[in-house]
Design a protein around this ligand. Structure first.
Ligand SMILES: *[C@@H]1O[C@H](CO)[C@@H](O)[C@H](O)[C@H]1NC(C)=O
Ligand SMILES: *[C@@H]1O[C@H](CO)[C@@H](O)[C@H](O)[C@H]1NC(C)=O
Ligand SMILES: *[C@@H]1O[C@H](CO)[C@@H](O)[C@H](O)[C@H]1NC(C)=O
Ligand SMILES: *[C@@H]1O[C@H](CO)[C@@H](O)[C@H](O)[C@H]1NC(C)=O
Ligand SMILES: *[C@@H]1O[C@H](CO)[C@@H](O)[C@H](O)[C@H]1NC(C)=O
Length: 334
């Protein structure tokens, strides 16, 4: 845990690269405090942290503070013809390390012809330490949405998420583009999404009345029977507006969230455009079930990455570090 020297080294390198001196000063100090916070927190309360990210606790934190947050926002210059996508990863306030890990995962991907915002979504904060730590994260990354709901109520977080979006991203006053996002996605925090594959699969699809994902039950290939798996599904903006306004979801909030979501669309006769992304989306191959598939190149998303080994094998398979630039500063054998 105290092996943070190499990462602090990267951190300095990045800082020196930054062309803007005042900017540099502005974030060095908060970042260092932030890292210290995480280290202290990790050592005090290890049990609360997910075993997934045992590796390089504080060094991961240090490394993430050094990458440009605009990468998480979007890796391409925005363009009116670009597809605009919001990926909301539903998680819990205390999952600090998971968020830092996912920022690395999404911040290092490249894609073109799209603007993708990855945001972490949770309900009201409940603890004093969260008010400081989450606020610091927001100051640094600005990629968190806190909904007006209570965590663990096990009903309606999905409803709150989708139905809040039209108001949260209402930019009709400042003349922003409409819709703010063509597509909004709900994803799990144990899902690995390959952004470029996602964008390419969406490019030919309608931008209205669309429901996209991995259809449940697993053997089914018919997107109208029954609903999309919670690993990650995506709807067009008009459906988020419909969820906000319609009486159908309001009358039917209880139950397994993703199944209930499918029920709303059926009851409301919505989503006449559907796209089943199976088998480009699938569960990690082990344990083998009817919902899995071996890793293969045409992948949009891999789900159930429940431990570090599964993440590492997946990231290795997809050659995510192949573009690591050469430098005298480090040596990592392939
Ligand atoms: C995200 O992008 C918007 C517009 O492109 C920009 O104003 C905002 O500062 C960016 N946020 C982060 C965290 O980079
Ligand atoms: C916007 O993107 C399209 C397709 O990717 C490209 O043909 C066009 O030249 C771009 N326009 C600008 C202003 O960058
Ligand atoms: C969430 O927090 C806001 C602001 O503090 C409060 O107004 C609201 O009642 C809370 N919602 C729930 C469901 O606890
Ligand atoms: C968006 O803002 C406009 C203008 O302030 C308002 O009329 C409209 O009701 C808002 N829509 C939502 C969904 O909040
Ligand atoms: C990863 O790289 C290896 C070696 O260059 C290549 O054979 C393989 O096809 C790549 N895998 C993917 C998923 O692109």
């Amino acid at each position: 845990m105290l092996n943070s020297f190499p990462s602090l080294h990267f951190f300095q390198m990045e800082v020196t690269k930054s062309p803007n001196k005042s900017n540099r000063r502005r974030f060095v100090l908060p970042s260092i405090f932030f890292i210290l916070f995480l280290c202290v927190l990790a050592s005090i309360n290890e049990a609360r942290f997910d075993a997934l990210l045992k590796f390089g606790r504080c060094s991961v934190a240090a490394a993430t503070t050094s990458f440009d947050s605009s990468l998480v926002n979007s890796s391409s210059v925005s363009n009116d013809t670009d597809i605009r996508i919001l990926i909301g990863i539903l998680t819990l306030p205390d999952q600090y390390n998971r968020r830092h890990f996912l920022r690395l995962i999404y911040g290092t991907q490249s894609f073109s012809g799209a603007k993708i915002d990855v945001k972490f979504v949770f309900c009201n904060l409940t603890k004093e330490d969260q008010k400081i730590l989450v606020a610091l994260e927001i100051m640094r990354y600005d990629d968190i949405i806190i909904l007006n709901c209570k965590e663990n109520m096990n009903k309606g977080k999905t409803y709150t998420y989708f139905s809040s979006l039209p108001e949260i991203f209402n930019n009709s006053d400042d003349g922003g583009s409409y819709p703010p996002y063509h597509y909004v996605m709900k994803a799990d925090d144990d899902t690995y999404i390959r952004l470029n594959s996602l964008v390419e699969s969406l490019r030919p699809l309608p931008r209205e009345d669309l429901y996209y994902g991995y259809v449940i039950p697993c053997p089914s290939m018919d997107p109208f029977v029954h609903y999309m798996s919670g690993m990650g599904y995506l709807i067009s903006w008009d459906l988020a507006e419909w969820i906000r306004e319609s009486e159908v979801p309001k009358k039917h909030l209880e139950g397994p969230e993703d199944k209930v979501f499918g029920d709303w669309l059926r009851e409301g006769r919505r989503a006449k455009n559907r796209f089943n992304a199976k088998w480009s989306m699938y569960n990690y191959p082990e344990p083998w079930t009817g919902c899995t598939h071996e890793l293969w190149p045409e992948t949009i998303a891999v789900h159930l990455l429940k431990n570090q080994e599964k993440w590492i094998r997946t990231l290795t398979y997809f050659n995510v570090t192949a573009n690591l630039k050469e430098s005298k500063l480090y040596h990592i054998d392939a």
